[in-house]
Design a protein around this ligand. Structure first.
Ligand SMILES: *Cc1c(COP(=O)(O)O)cnc(C)c1O
Length: 478
């Protein structure tokens, strides 16, 4: 048998050798006019690597019995390879999930004023830690501390990398090696491994759970105090709600109890809006100024949730406590960059002006977008989505409910509207939906929706560049 097989194998290898010899040399492919633009933009080393990789892959294909592609085809493949190599990993996407402050998609959209401030801070030197009055070293927190004091009524303020860092630093600075009282109903887990018990452990604090999951009373706190108690903490139930037979101790009461025992009262607000959102027709979220007025000594909240600014953790409160927090060596490790401070300062200035907030803060504008406006966008884009999805899907507009996201107001929903793409055939509908979701994600600007009730829902609340969406749907549509 083997002597029968041998001539065949010999023939195959002869054809392969012939095909391999037809492949162009690296330099010849590199000199193809089609690659001139890529060479000019990205330089010879990167394009050459793409050429070598393409040729290597091509050789493998030929050995497996393929035929040599034309030079033009090879050049096009190299060009595509270069495009993939230089495409940013942090891709722009269309967020059609219906969640406005979406942690996985980058949370708040920043105001133009904040974006301009960041660009300016990147291009040149800035008085980041420089006291221009005295002509010497300053404190980077001073960039925003005054604004934060004015906006929240706090005596002092400091800023760190995010709210998780704010909670960690506050706990460590004020209660390391000692006990922290917190209600059992507030041992929160925020997505992405922020779990209150773990943060307490990381800060070196001993967690003392008070009350029960659904009911905690003032007496429970009174009884939990001991000689090693350093802090009473309240965490805002950002991403869940306990309903039914519940009881929590009001903030004013917690503050009174803490102060009677001579320990500070800290509130982790999580989202922390700086303005009363109910004035804008949105559900009301607790404000840092309310928490301080209720007697909290320190309040922490995020910069990139309802505030609509950059990722940051803001700590406001009593001057002596903020000073202790700032003195902790961990503060140096968690401090923010000039880019964050530039964006945060510009965002806070918008709040301080109290002028045309919804025009200037895009996150607020998205939250406030009227349902009729979103429905109109759905009706305008429905035909393009239907064409893109093809005849295997039925397309319709349907009212739906957007979420604020990032733990803010977990049970509140914003009336919205979606383009719904539902598979026509029941059989294999799961796979068809996954394929359609994949095709939308493969677009130049990936489109991210959500699968629900055996259909793909594209909530258009957060669609801003409708023309760009329509262009790419038309390009890729059938
Ligand atoms: C979101 C949140 C955090 C974490 O804040 P990041 O800014 O994401 O680090 C902590 N606590 C609460 C109550 C939150 O809602």
């Amino acid at each position: 048998m083997s002597d029968l097989a041998l001539p065949g194998a010999g023939e195959a290898s002869a054809t392969t050798a012939a095909a391999l010899s037809q492949l162009p040399a690296v330099d010849r492919l590199l000199a193809h006019p089609r690659l001139a633009a890529a060479l000019a933009a990205y330089g010879q080393p990167l394009v050459k690597r793409a050429v070598q990789a393409e040729l290597a892959e091509c050789r493998d294909r030929l050995r497996a019995g393929g035929t040599a592609p034309a030079l033009e085809v090879l050049a096009a493949a190299v060009e595509a390879r270069v495009r993939r190599a230089v495409a940013p990993r942090l891709r722009a996407v269309f967020n059609l999930t219906g969640t406005v402050i979406h942690t996985n998609l980058g949370r708040a959209l920043l105001a133009d004023e904040a974006i301009d401030a960041v660009a300016a801070a990147m291009r040149g030197y800035a008085a980041l830690e420089y006291d221009l009055e005295a002509g010497g070293r300053g404190d980077r927190d001073d960039v925003v501390a005054g604004l934060l004091r004015d906006l929240t009524g706090a005596e002092a303020a400091t800023v760190v990398n995010n709210n998780a860092a704010a909670v960690l630093l506050t706990l460590k600075a004020l209660a390391a090696k000692r006990e922290v009282l917190i209600s059992r109903g507030e041992l929160i887990e925020i997505g992405g491994a922020f779990r209150m018990p773990d943060v307490m452990a990381a800060a070196g604090c001993k967690l003392v759970e008070v009350g029960t999951t659904n009911r905690t009373h003032a007496a429970d706190f009174e009884n939990a105090f001991g000689s090693r108690t350093a802090l009473v903490v309240k965490a805002h139930a950002s991403n869940y709600a306990i309903t039914g037979f519940t009881a929590a101790v009001p903030e004013t009461e917690l503050a009174r109890i803490a102060h009677a025992h001579g320990v500070p009262f800290v509130i982790d607000l999580g989202s922390g809006a700086l303005i009363d959102l109910s004035a804008y027709g949105l559900p009301r979220e607790p404000l840092p100024q309310d928490a301080l007025a209720a007697g909290a000594d320190v309040v922490t909240f995020s910069g990139d949730k309802l505030l609509g600014g950059p990722q940051a953790g803001i700590i406001v409160g009593r001057a002596d406590l903020i000073a202790r927090i700032k003195r902790d060596p961990l503060k140096r490790a968690l401090r923010v960059s000039k880019l964050t401070l530039a964006a945060l300062e510009a965002t806070l200035r918008i709040y301080a002006s109290a002028h045309r907030l919804q025009e200037r803060l895009p996150t607020l504008a998205l939250l406030m977008r009227p349902q009729a406006d979103i429905r109109a966008a759905c009706e305008r884009t429905l035909p393009a989505f239907a064409r893109f999805a093809g005849p295997d899907f039925a397309a319709r507009c349907e009212p739906c409910a957007s979420q604020i996201g990032s733990g803010a107001l977990p049970v509140e929903r914003l009336p919205s509207c979606a383009v719904v793409l539902a598979p026509v055939a029941a059989k294999g509908s799961g796979r068809a939906l996954a394929r359609l979701a994949r095709r939308l994600r493969d677009l130049p600007i990936p489109v991210i929706g959500r699968v629900q009730d055996n259909a793909l829902w594209l909530d258009l609340r957060c669609l801003r560049d409708e023309a760009a969406l329509l262009r790419q749907l038309a390009m890729e549509g059938e």
